[in-house]
Design a binder for this molecule. Structure first.
Ligand SMILES: Cc1ncc(COP(=O)(O)O)c(C=O)c1O
Length: 414
């Protein structure tokens, strides 16, 4: 019989080496120690909608590297553009011309953008939005929805170890989509309200996702206007996947500042802040920088990504793939007599099982899916990419069919 250690031999060997030199063996949200031991920690490569772990096992990648992969792994157009830039030089004494090309392209693509600044990570972008809002209003308080992730800085990390109460002293919280609770928070902030930070919809680990209530979004906009406070959209996870450009453009709710990252460069490290004209001067006075913020390769990759998404109508492709996955999963669950909720937009779905308070059903499902060649996360929403054509989605569905059967076998029907 093959042992688990033999099956994962390269991953196990790397994990042992990592345990000696990396605190905890791995850090952050990509550490797999909280997942089933079947999850590989290390990956060797990716191609289109597939990823391969260091033991050579191939999976349909429903995580898309936690969002950045929007066109597909190693998209040929993006890869060729990035390679050409690397041949010229990446990290120079200042930005390359691509900074201006990309800035023009993104400002054109994003309805509420009159200007743009670039950074590396989503946390850079959300933090910069808060700094600009506070500088512009000369006020302190930022309101955010409870439990929603905005990054790993002391003001927002979900694991506050090593942070100070004062890091969050100027934050206020409310329940997403709850007008009364929001109004209470606005009142508590009083004349010191600088801004409200919201994600396009509510995505909280392990919980059903909640689309934004349009009346709530309009209400927040109105309250911000009444208080001369800024509405900040954290589009780091959703931007250029939920919609081309701003996720709330279709709602007709304008925002003052937006934070971007993940999908804008198809896996190359880049983040951005966009804002409205009235904030341009403030944005020019705040000190925002980093050693690698001007690197040209991620910007070239972003330019290729954003143009390609427009050319192929990438959002429509992802919606089609997402709708096919949703229909297939809902049909499979019904066939197995399992009660599930499949929540969120089709391009960023999440699955929960009824009565699964200890998440044992979801753990079983994810483990069985993994063994059947589908990489998904049991607690985090999944992502669709443009590389997921019908055959890829059907391949994923063959894995989820096996996973539902495993849940039914272990837990029966409710
Ligand atoms: C909504 C949202 N904001 C901010 C961030 C932080 O982005 P990063 O991990 O690139 O710092 C994330 C990351 O998942 C996110 O989903």
């Amino acid at each position: 019989m093959t042992t688990a250690a033999a099956v994962h031999s390269a991953d196990v060997a790397l994990s042992h080496r990592a345990a000696r030199v990396i605190p905890g063996g791995m850090y952050g949200h990509q550490a797999v120690r909280h997942l089933s031991p079947a999850y590989p920690q290390f990956f060797a490569g990716g191609e289109g909608a597939l990823i391969t772990d260091v033991d050579g096992r191939e999976y349909v990648d429903l995580m898309c590297s936690w969002g950045p992969i929007v066109l597909g792994h190693r998209d040929p157009v993006v890869t060729a553009a990035a390679r050409a830039q690397m041949d010229l030089g990446d990290c120079l004494d200042g930005p390359g011309p691509v900074l201006v090309d990309l800035a023009e392209t993104m400002v054109d693509a994003i309805a509420d953008a009159d200007w743009i600044l670039f950074g590396k990570n989503g946390t850079d972008a959300t933090t910069a939005c808060l700094t600009i809002a506070r500088a512009h209003t000369s006020r302190s308080v930022i309101l955010a929805a409870r439990g929603v992730y905005h990054g790993a800085a002391p003001w927002c990390t979900p694991v506050p170890t090593g942070t100070l109460a004062s890091d969050r002293a100027a934050m206020g919280y409310f329940d997403y989509n709850d007008v009364d609770d929001f109004d209470r928070a606005v009142q508590a902030a009083g004349p010191d309200l600088a801004g409200v930070l919201l994600t396009p919809f509510r995505h909280v680990e392990g919980e059903d996702q909640q689309l934004v209530d349009e009346d709530f979004a309009r209400h927040v906009r109105q309250r911000c206007d009444d208080s001369d406070a800024l509405l900040i959209l954290d589009d780091v996870r959703c931007g250029f996947r939920l919609a081309y450009g701003g996720s709330w453009e279709a709602l007709g709710v304008p925002v003052d500042l937006s934070a971007w990252s993940k999908a804008i460069a198809n896996g190359y490290p880049l983040a951005a802040v966009t804002g409205r004209e009235a904030l341009r001067d403030t944005a020019s006075t705040v000190f925002l920088t980093g050693s690698f913020w001007m690197n040209s390769t991620p910007m070239v990759a972003a330019l290729a990504t954003v143009r390609r998404l427009a050319e192929i109508d990438g959002v429509a492709l992802m919606q089609r793939a997402g709708a096919r996955l949703r229909a297939g999963i809902e049909a499979q669950a019904a066939d197995c007599g399992l009660a599930i909720r499949y929540t969120g937009p089709d391009v960023m779905p999440y699955l929960t099982f009824a009565g699964d308070d200890d998440r044992s059903r979801m753990t079983c499902f994810a483990e069985a899916a993994l063994a059947a060649g589908v990489y998904l996360h049991p607690k985090h929403n999944w992502f669709m990419s443009c590389a997921m054509d019908d055959s890829v989605v059907d391949r994923a569905l063959r894995g989820t069919e096996i996973a539902f059967a495993a849940v039914r076998r272990h837990f029966g029907t409710p």
